[in-house]
Design a protein around this ligand. Sequence first.
Ligand code: FAD
Ligand code: PHB
Length: 404
Amino acid sequence: MLHRLTTQVGIVGAGPAGLLLARLLQVNGIDAIVIENRSREHVIDRVRAGVLEHGTVTLLTALGVGAGVRRGGLRHDGVHISFRGHRHHIDLAGLTDGKGITVYGQNEVVRDLIDARVATGAPLYFEAAHVEVRGLESSPEIRFRHGDDEYEVRCDFIAGCDGFHGICRQAFPEGVLTIYERAYPFGWLGILAEAAPSSDELVYTYHDRGFALFSMRSPTITRLYFQVAPDESIEQWSDHAIWEEMLRRMTTSDGWQPSVGPILQKSVTPMRSFVAAPMRHGRLFLAGDAAHIVPPTGAKGLNLAASDVLVLGRALKGFYQAGRTDWLAEYSETCLRRVWKAQRFSWWMTSTLHRFPDETAFDHQRQLADLDYLTGSRAAMTSLAEQYVGLPFEVPLESAGLPV
Ligand code: FAD
Ligand code: PHB
């Protein structure tokens, strides 16, 4: 059977970008339909980001979906940078007028947003197959199959929130997009372990054998990563070998090391920097990973998805409530200013903290000097702190119809 639906905004993808946008539109009385190709369980169980910037937490709260992060989020006022066997503390709050980060799993953010949407009965389709977008320049339409039924959604605008491998960016006509890209000669092997975190704050480690990162998800779950070859197969790594390598890289001369426990999940992630510009063609707007990817070293991906959505939400509110088209026209340019600053920060964190296969002895000494300078200079630590807790959003929350 063919279902013909009409809405104001058709949203492709129910990751953080799509779900946040749906919520922001709902708060402003704008209709949307969210279409996701994976199952609800898959989307909620996917282990990914963990660090929320100060502004992302404010946004979740203003959207009325902050109860989960207030209850389960771990507020951190500092972070450690470790090299040559020593941990150096960076006082994020002291250097940024009291701002910090909150550790709260991306899957929890997604779960909170899905629960909030489902509770209102607003449309959200999981397991949509053969999703297609058309009519981008004049009358947008999303088609998909759901079970045995076909759907045709007519809308005023399409929000492409379908991640890096989605279909929306691919739907841009040839020649419209400029792609800026850098691949890194390494990936991250990440684990989730049933072990109480042995530090209250994250530890980014530069070690002779390569980068390692100590993070967490809760008072009983530790999240750890280390640098591996980009094509490393996870099957090559026994749990025993993973722990051996984690401890070798992370143990500091004062004896600090992560607590060991059963490994609950493990995977390898490739690293890249990527921007597709402009982020709009006709009535199709890209947001989040659909338009840009950062290497995870700066913990910026999810937070950039949130800032794109704020800019898009404001533009759509301006259009529906005041007939404005200028904010829609400026969408890409406004987003890209913040995207490029986060790209630069993520590239810098990545370049400073990883070993490169083709590096020279000079490069290695320069990296150590970079870290020495960073951890010894208040100016350098302040620069890291203000970027790590998150640069200000490009537009104020009030302009998107949110309370402050
Ligand atoms: P996604 O989360 O990819 O969501 C896109 C959605 O669209 C998905 O649900 C997908 O199934 C769906 N979809 C795809 N194709 C289609 C289609 N054809 N039709 C319908 N739906 C479709 N970021 C941080 O800010 N902090 C961190 O600490 C951090 N750590 C990370 C660690 C790792 C190991 C990784 C891999 C990433 C990390 N990130 C981090 C990045 C962060 O996870 C992403 O930037 C974030 O998921 C982007 O959200 P999104 O909604 O744009 O895209
Ligand atoms: C995480 O907890 O998953 C995490 C933390 C910091 C990063 C990347 C990932 O930079």
